[in-house]
Design a protein around this ligand. Structure first.
Ligand code: ZN
Length: 109
């Protein structure tokens, strides 16, 4: 008897990441009141907070990239402003999605 293939479950949401060699925690918050935006980053605590209320997984991923750019900007003393960081998350998400071969090539040893 053939088994029905089950739809693959979505991969779990990441609960940590490395940014410029530092370990950062990632937590998700249901209450929109807990965050003033869809995401926040606390450089002092090496912590990224994301709102679970994001409309879709793509938005959540773009927000994570956005917060990573904030973290990089703060860590490197770049002083990027919100208007500069804002498009980076979306733009990098689009580039990563559109160029998986280059991403693999860049990560290859
Ligand atoms: Zn921001």
């Amino acid at each position: 008897m053939a088994k029905k293939s089950m739809p693959s479950a979505a991969p779990p949401l990441p609960n940590s990441t490395y940014i410029l060699g530092k370990h950062w925690a990632i937590t998700y918050h249901k209450s929109p009141m807990a965050l003033t935006n869809f995401g926040e980053c606390d450089e002092g605590k090496c912590h990224i907070y994301l709102a679970e209320g994001e409309s879709d997984i793509q938005s959540l991923k773009e927000t994570l990239l956005h917060e990573i750019f904030h973290a990089m900007s703060k860590s490197l003393g770049m002083g990027l402003e919100e208007r500069q960081v804002l498009p980076l998350g979306c733009a990098w998400y689009a580039w990563l999605r559109e160029n998986p071969e280059q991403v693999a090539w860049i990560l290859r040893d």
